[in-house]
Design a protein around this ligand. Structure first.
Ligand code: NAD
Length: 384
């Protein structure tokens, strides 16, 4: 797919000590055929234009696979947010937003939080854009605080989508959630919510891993207690000293569902050969390497791909945008019910293609998405 357009901006700011620094910022719109661009804004020292281009392409696939009325986009600024105080981050965000000017907008391209950014970043972007256009424009970003037009249910949406995908995959493979053993890597926004929902549905979380520790307990780890420990200390280490195991042990724990929800490139070929699970549900973006994906498929392990499994977040972002347009806000029950309907519908259409063509869910998701983008492009025609 040919990339639509991109913008590189210089972001100069005055630091609190009076010195001036310049950062390089990007916004890439991969496709706009199905609607405005949609994708996160990342603040990280390793951000490059190439990375942002790849992530924007991924968003095209994810949005189209879920049939959300968006193209794909992504943004980033190469900086370490931990090196800046709140005031400096605010100036960086506002200058970046102003530099983008009309490149973004509720009908053009709608950023959201990603690595290193959060709802406060989105609030500053919304305010800056609104000041520049001379009127409140809540729909320019999603992932905002609820008080500024954010959506209820957004915090849990990605983990909830992971759980819904696991349920659908389990139903097709004859693996019920109730009584299932689950291993979850990553206990942040995605992993902790997914783990909680698995537990609530009667599964046992037998392995948990974050950056600080690997915990293994065949009897099941209490997710409420683990969450409380992480809320107090910032990490899993120290929560169940008797259950701590080596990092590699995590991949050896027998389970029905394995949920990598931490970082990219975690399921490597050597781990894929050893895992004892039935279904992998990709909570993180790109947690399985292509070679590992082949091994899992040869071993008959079903992989629910990231573009489907972790699309709950962007789906509720879509709900936020719709609610902002109508200035009419839904209850959390309505949001969760609509999320489930969209996720189950997407799973159904992708899995029908996978079954018909005897291909993986990942390949099927890409086919469904690309067909939707190409059909939109064809129907719009070529201007002029
Ligand atoms: P987060 O920062 O809230 O949590 C990340 C978790 O991963 C933490 O528990 C951290 O300790 C753990 N971790 C970090 N390094 C690790 C390592 N080396 N080994 C094991 N665990 C490690 O992040 P998140 O929002 O939960 O996102 C997790 C993944 O899901 C990322 O790939 C992200 O891009 C993807 N994702 C997130 C959302 C969302 O809405 N938050 C949406 C789509 C995709």
């Amino acid at each position: 797919m040919r990339l639509k357009r991109m913008m590189i901006v210089d972001v100069p700011i005055i630091l609190d000590d009076g010195s001036i620094v310049h950062y390089e910022g990007y916004r890439v719109q991969n496709t706009l055929s199905r609607g405005p661009g949609k994708g996160g804004l990342r603040f990280h020292p390793s951000v490059t234009l190439n990375e942002v281009m790849a992530l924007a392409c991924w968003m095209t696939i994810k949005n189209a696979a879920l049939n959300l009325p968006y193209g794909g986009a992504k943004g980033g600024i190469r900086l370490d947010p931990h090196q800046h105080c709140k005031g400096e981050l605010q100036r960086i965000t506002r200058r970046y937003t102003s530099e983008l000017g009309g490149f973004i907008g509720p009908a053009r391209d709608i950023p959201a939080p990603d690595v290193g950014t959060n709802e406060q970043t989105m609030a500053w972007m919304m305010d800056t854009y609104s000041m520049n256009v001379g009127g409140t424009a809540t729909g320019v970003v999603t992932g905002k605080p609820v008080a500024l037009g954010g959506s209820l249910g957004r915090h849990d949406a990605t983990g909830r989508g992971v759980f819904i995908s696991a349920q659908e995959a389990g139903r097709r493979r004859g693996v019920p959630i109730k009584g299932a053993r689950v291993a979850v890597q990553g206990f942040g926004n995605v992993g902790s919510v997914a783990a909680r929902l698995f537990e609530q549905a009667g599964a046992r979380v037998v392995a948990l891993q974050d950056h600080s520790a690997t915990l293994v307990d065949e009897a099941g780890i209490s997710i409420a207690a683990a969450s409380e420990h992480v809320a107090n200390t910032g990490q899993l280490a120290g929560f169940l000293p008797g259950a701590e195991a080596s990092t590699e042990t995590f991949w050896l724990v027998p389970s029905e569902f394995l949920v990598p929800a931490a970082l990219e490139g975690q399921l490597l070929p050597e781990r894929a050969r050893l895992v004892e699970t039935k279904i992998v549900v990709e909570g993180a973006n790109g947690p399985t390497t292509p070679a590992a994906d082949d091994i899992l498929s040869e071993r008959g392990i079903l992989v629910v791909p990231d573009v489907l499994a972790n699309a709950g977040g962007v789906t509720v972002s879509y709900f936020e945008w719709v609610q902002d347009f109508s200035s009419f806000f839904w209850t959390e029950e309505e949001i969760n019910a609509r999320l489930e309907k969209i996720m189950v519908g997407a799973f159904d259409s992708i899995s029908s293609v996978a079954e018909e063509r005897r291909i993986s869910l990942r390949t099927a998701a890409f086919i469904v998405a690309c067909e939707r983008v190409l059909s939109a492009r064809e129907q719009r025609g070529l201007y002029p």
